[in-house]
Ligand binder design. Sequence first.
Ligand SMILES: [Zn+2]
Ligand SMILES: [Zn+2]
Length: 284
Amino acid sequence: MGQPRAVGSADGPPTRLPLVLTALWATAVGLELAYVLVLGPGPPPLGPLARAFQLALAAFQLLNLLGNVGLFLCSDPSIRGVMLAGHGLGQGWAYCYQCQSQVPPRSGHCSACRVCILRRDHHCRLLGRCVGFHNYRPFLCLLLHGAGILLHVSVLLGPALAALLQAHTPLHTAALLLLPWLMLLTGRVSLAQFALAFVTDTCVAGALFCGAGLLFHGMLLLRGQTTWEWARGQHSYDLGPCHNLQAALGPRWILVWLWPFLASPLPGDGITFQTTADVGLVAS
Ligand SMILES: [Zn+2]
Ligand SMILES: [Zn+2]
């Protein structure tokens, strides 16, 4: 069995292709949204105060979204460079043959990232990186602000969708929203109508996806579980909702959702974890 050690980056970082594809997709949606808003009926009519509030909300959402994307990508959740020596190899430690190292409890090897991840949750295919101990907070905030910004864009598209409904039959509109590519390729709709349907579909599907992810991970957050532990019915690290929130988001867990750069240092190191048995919460 090998000794615990700091794992280097000999395998190199994972491919950036998923991130590039996601960025291209987000750019396409942004450009088509601008196209719809500039050439179409525009955003909903609002008074100056409501318009200022809407612009402030959009800026807040966008800054949070971009800030959390940056933090998520800059935080390395892996064991690369982490000095594991000096930690007692107690219960839960295992040997990873790919990393050739002892790895701590709750960590797991990711074949896409080609390294073990501390408190591994899952591999995010959209951003091409694992979600683990050091980037769980920006991941959760991304889900929240992603859902928020997509709902906001859906509201902005309201007048354009209303105009589309007035100009065509409900059947035509439904076909456009359900099969926009087919309607475009068969020449039944204009490019502007296709762009509107594409952006609407993306926003609705994206908001549902982010909302469902937020609900699921909110449940895991309160129960102190990773996705892997949830799938296997393990509750060894459930210290109660308040402690679980602090363990994942730091002491200022109520405020971290408002600003990505708000300091809220995590109490643990991602290597050792308190268990329900340690704090006497285990059911007898
Ligand atoms: Zn490994
Ligand atoms: Zn991964």
